[in-house]
Design a protein around this ligand. Structure first.
Ligand SMILES: Nc1ncnc2c1ncn2[C@@H]1O[C@H](COP(=O)(O)OP(=O)(O)OP(=O)(O)O)[C@@H](O)[C@H]1O
Ligand SMILES: [Mg+2]
Length: 239
């Protein structure tokens, strides 16, 4: 079974072509990275896959189902985290997770929330209101929320952007472990090239709405005669 198959996605906002002819495939347990300069079309691509915005053209299938026609089923099996998504700030961390567990119809919400609090080291924060948290702390709550329904596909828009190096490292290890142990597939965007090198099985570079290069970090470095993914990024972005 393919987890995700998107073909020829396109989206314009007025005169701006945000995404043009983008195709993506993700298999079980794969971690795929979407890289590219600011404004390249990464978040717009993710938002189409999440059904948050409607593509102008192209098709999206997940779990062999068309997103258009099986929206509820598909969306119940994926999840999303991004720092720009607001969580209900007046609620405590454990309450937020409980609300989302119930929204997704998790069988035993109490124990799932307990597991997530453990997994993301949220124990000391569980009774704190979300609006009082630092941005890095909130990022961990976002990730816990994104795991609440044990998604087969996790879509993460810059998941570690607000985290300190230690917290970022822990989260990367956790995500890699989740993909290895439970076959969870992930599509992530990031501006942290070491993170992408460490986590992603495959990478797509976007520039001005198009995918301009694809491959593993090593393959891309080879093709571009670069020492690191950072160098590949600079070469692609400036060419
Ligand atoms: N709702 C919108 N209305 C108008 N233009 C938009 C909208 N959303 C995105 N765009 C435009 O589409 C283009 C792609 O934006 P997008 O957010 O997908 O980029 P990105 O690759 O995620 O960039 P970043 O690395 O800065 O997050 C940009 O030119 C942006 O200004
Ligand atoms: Mg973005």
């Amino acid at each position: 079974m393919t987890i995700l198959e998107a073909r020829a996605l396109a989206k314009s906002f007025g005169p701006v072509t945000a995404v043009h002819e983008v195709g993506l495939e993700i298999g079980p347990g794969e971690i795929v990275g979407l890289l590219g300069p600011n404004g390249a079309g990464k978040s717009t691509t993710l938002h189409m896959l999440l059904g948050l915005i409607t593509p102008d053209s192209g098709s999206i299938r997940m779990f062999d189902l068309e997103l258009d026609r099986h929206r509820t089923e598909v969306l119940s099996r994926i999840n999303f985290a991004a720092s720009y998504v607001d969580l209900p700030g007046v609620l405590q961390v454990r309450e937020v997770l409980d609300v989302f567990a119930r929204l997704y119809g998790v069988r035993d919400p109490r124990s799932r929330v307990g597991e997530l609090i453990e997994l993301l080291d949220l124990g000391p924060l569980r009774r704190r209101r979300v609006m009082e948290l630092s941005s890095g702390q909130r990022t961990r709550v976002q990730l816990a929320k994104a795991l609440v329904n044990e998604p087969s596909l996790l879509i993460l828009d810059e998941p570690t952007a607000n985290l300190d190096p230690d917290a970022g490292d822990r989260i990367r290890n956790l995500l890699v472990r989740l993909s290895e142990e439970s076959g969870r597939a992930m599509l992530i965007t990031s501006h942290n090239m070491q993170e992408v090198e460490r986590m992603c099985d495959r990478i797509h570079f976007m520039s001005a709405g198009r995918i301009v290069a694809s491959g593993s970090a090593a393959e891309l470095a080879d093709v571009y005669g670069a020492e690191s993914l950072e160098e590949v990024f600079l070469k692609v972005a400036r060419s």
